[in-house]
Design a protein around this ligand. Structure first.
Ligand SMILES: C[S@@+](CC[C@H](N)C(=O)[O-])C[C@H]1O[C@@H](n2cnc3c(N)ncnc32)[C@H](O)[C@@H]1O
Length: 280
């Protein structure tokens, strides 16, 4: 999911990261209390608002720019009418806010380059941003296997892949990602890097499939998006909610002796999970 409105004139994105939500709340409180606060409290509130609202835009300014292909894809996603193309059977409504986007895409590119990954899994592809970002960071022999359940957004992604030289490194599998993962494991496929960004209720199963079936081996990296899910995992999530599913996932990662991990408070939370050496 994306943080806040981008620079394009299209769809105005609602805040969906903890810091952007905090900024919006502080703005609302400031408006409600306008004219009622003494000078010091007013200044503290104004500073708190500026601290929260300025972080994501500053991170974007300090991050290498996205490629023209990724910028075009992000722009198309923001202006797309998802009501018209969303598959009624897809779990959860599709919306432009789901896009990973510039800063996270650049993080994925750096992870590919630093780790030397040449085979990556993209679990939850949406319009294709994360898959294309990883593919752009790979050499000509690189391969990204992208998993997406919704044929409508898969079609948008495939068109973006077809329009970009790096897109030739991506093969898109339409269907439930867990089925695709098990098929890949049955075929003996192995990957250096996996990006988990599909339905939150599936995260624990995706992690299990990647580790138990050896899709990601020792030294390999799993990157999971939305592991702060708008703050809900640490704000007593409702049972059965996506926030509770992410809290379960974070617990499962923390309790798994096969991995070491860190949860970065980047955008909606990104966990980097490395499979330890010495695993079967
Ligand atoms: C947050 S979006 C992914 C964003 C994308 N990674 C990006 O970089 O913009 C989540 C996607 O996961 C897909 N999805 C949900 N459940 C799925 C499943 N069981 N298998 C595969 N894809 C799924 C949704 O249709 C949606 O397109």
């Amino acid at each position: 999911m994306s943080a806040a409105a981008g620079p394009d004139p299209g769809h105005e994105l609602r805040p969906v990261t903890p810091i952007a939500i905090l900024a919006a709340l502080l703005e609302r409180v400031a408006q409600e209390l306008d004219g009622t606060l003494d000078g010091r409290v007013h200044d503290d509130l104004r500073r708190a608002k500026a601290l929260a609202a300025g972080l994501d835009p500053y991170l974007a300014r300090c991050t290498s720019p996205e490629s023209p292909a990724l910028a075009a894809l992000a722009g198309r996603t923001r202006t797309h009418d998802f009501g018209a193309t969303a598959d009624g059977g897809a779990p959860g409504g599709l919306e432009a806010e789901m896009l990973s986007g510039h800063v996270e895409g650049q993080l994925l590119k750096l992870l590919v380059r630093i780790s030397g990954a040449s085979r990556a899994l993209d679990i939850g592809t949406f319009t294709g941003y994360s898959a294309l970002a990883m593919a752009e960071a790979m050499g000509p022999e690189g391969r990204v296997v992208a998993c997406e359940v919704d044929p409508g957004v898969a079609d948008i992604a495939q068109r973006a892949f077809d329009a970009s030289p790096a897109g030739r490194r991506i093969s898109l599998h339409i269907g439930p990602a867990l089925d695709t993962l098990h098929r890949l494991a049955d075929a003996g496929e192995r990957f250096d890097l996996a990006f988990i960004d599909a339905d939150k209720g599936g995260y624990v199963s995706y992690l299990a499939a990647l580790l138990d079936r050896g899709l990601i081996g020792p030294g390999g990296l799993i990157c999971a998006d939305n592991t702060l899910l708008q703050g809900t995992p640490y704000l007593a999530p409702d049972p059965g909610s996506p926030g509770a599913a992410i809290a379960d996932f974070n617990l499962a990662v923390a309790g798994d002796a096969r991995v070491e991990q860190v949860l970065l408070p980047l955008r909606d939370g990104v966990s980097l999970i490395r499979v330890l050496e010495g695993q079967p």
